[in-house]
Ligand binder design. Sequence first.
Ligand code: TGC
Ligand code: FAD
Length: 406
Amino acid sequence: MKAILTQSLPNDKKMRPDLFQAPDYYLLDELLSDEHKMVRDAAREWVKREVSPIIEDYAQKAEFPKQIINGLAEIGAFGPYIPEEYGGAGLDQISYGLIMQEIERGDSGVRSTASVQSSLVMYPIWKYGNEEQRMKYLPKLASGEFIGCFGLTEPDHGSNPGGMVTNFKDKGDHYLLNGAKMWISNAPFADIAVVWAKDETGRIHGLIVERGMEGFTTPETHNKWSLRASATGELIFDNVKVPKENLLPNKSGLGAPLGCLDSARYGIAWGAIGAAMDCYDTALRYAKERIQFDKPIAGTQLQQKKLAEMITEITKAQLLTWRLGVLRNEGKATSAQISMAKRNNVDMAINIAREARQILGGMGITGEYSIMRHMMNLESVITYEGTHDIHLLITGLDITGIPAFK
Ligand code: TGC
Ligand code: FAD
C-alpha cells in the first residue's frame, strides 16, 4: 500500500481521494424515479467535490465547515420536502432520504446540520407556525441565510423530554423564558432556536428564540470525540423576553416536538446507510489491494465473511428504508416504523464501521480513511434522536401495547 504518501500533504488534503462507488446489490436504482436519481446524483457529486476533500481536516480541528452552507442549500438539503412557496425544494420523502444518505456518506455531522435545519427547525415552523412565521423564517432557512437549532434536551431530561423544566410565563405583552437546554446541534452559531418549554399550566409549546435576545446565550460544548465537524452547544435562557408572536400556535404538548423527531429520525435512517456504504466501499477496495501472505486479504475467508455480511446488511437496510419512504409518501408510515428503521440502520452502520476498521488494520485508525471518523460519529447518531434502547422500547410498546419506559 502507498499509505505513507499522504503524510507529506497539507492538513486539508490528508484524506485520500474520494473513490466512492455506491453499492446497489439488489438493483434498487430500478425502484427510483428519474427525479430521485437526479437529486441523489447531484448530492453525491457535491459531497465528493466539496465535503470529502476538507472534512477530515475540519473533524480534526473540531470545527464545522461553514463554507459548505450555501452548497447544502443548493442541493436542496435545507427543507427538501418543504413546499417551494416557502423556499423549500418541494421533493418527496424518497428524495429527502437520498439527500441525507449522500450527505452522511460524507460525514454524519454535516448531515446533522441539514437534519436539524430541515426537520427540527423548518418542519415545526411549517407545520405548527402561522403564515407570518412561515414567510418570515422559511425562505431564509432554505437559502442558508439563517441557520437554526432545536432545543428539546435538558441536562436532567434526555430520553424523558416530557419532564423538562424550561418554562415561560405570560407577562402581558411578552413571554419570559427561563431554563437551559444541552447537547444542541448548531447552537453555537445558529441565528434562531426552536425551543420547547412549559407554560404556567405545564403544557409544552414551541417558541422561536432569536440570537441577540437579551439573556439568551449559546456556549459551545468542547472535547467531543464524536461529530467533531458539527458544532454542539447549550442554550441558556435567563429571563429572555420572547415576543408573543414567536410562539408556534398550531400544536402544543409533547407530541409537537416528537412529531418533528419522526421526520428527523426518518432522515437518519437513510443517512446511516450512507455512512455504512462508505465504510463498506472503502474496506472492499482496501481488501482487494492489501497483500499479506502473498495474496490480497480479500481472498481470505475471514475478510470475505466480514464483507459479505456488510453488503447483506446494507441491502436489507436499503429495502427497509425505501419501503418506509413509500409509506411516508402515502402518509401511512407510523412513528414506530420510523423508530425501527432508525434503530436498525444506525446499529447496522456502527457495526459495519467497526468491522471495516478491522479490515484496514492499523491504517483503519488514521484520518487517511473515513472509517474511524464514521465510527466515532455514529456513537452520537445511535444516541441522539432517541437512543438505541428507547427505540427498542418504542417497538416493544407498539407490539405489546404496554409501555416499559417507567
Ligand atoms: P408519550 O406519553 O408516549 O407521548 C406523549 C405524546 O406524544 C405523542 N407521541 C408522538 N407524536 C408524534 N410523533 C412521535 N414519534 C410520538 N411519540 C409520542 C403521543 O401520542 C402523546 O400524544 P398525546 O396527544 O396523547 O399527548 O410520552 P412519554 O413521555 O411516555 O415518552 C415517550 C418516549 C420515551 C418515546 C419519548 O419521550 C421519546 O421519544 N424520547 C426520546 C427523546 C428524543 O428522541 N430526544 C431527541 C432530542 S432532539 C435530538 O436529539 C436532535 S439530534 C439532531 C442532529 O444533530 O441530527
Ligand atoms: P439518558 O436519557 O440519560 O440515557 C442514558 C442511558 O439510559 C441510555 O443508554 C438510554 O438508552 C438509557 N435509558 C434511558 N431511559 C431508559 C429507560 N426508560 N429504559 C431503559 N434504558 C433507558 N438534543 C436536542 O434537543 N437537540 C439537538 O440538536 C441535539 N443534538 C445532539 C447532538 C449530539 C452530538 C448529542 C450527543 C446529543 C444531541 N441531543 C440533542 C441530545 C440527545 O437527543 C440525547 O443525548 C438523547 O436523547 C439521550 O439523552 P441523554 O443523553 O440525556 O441520555
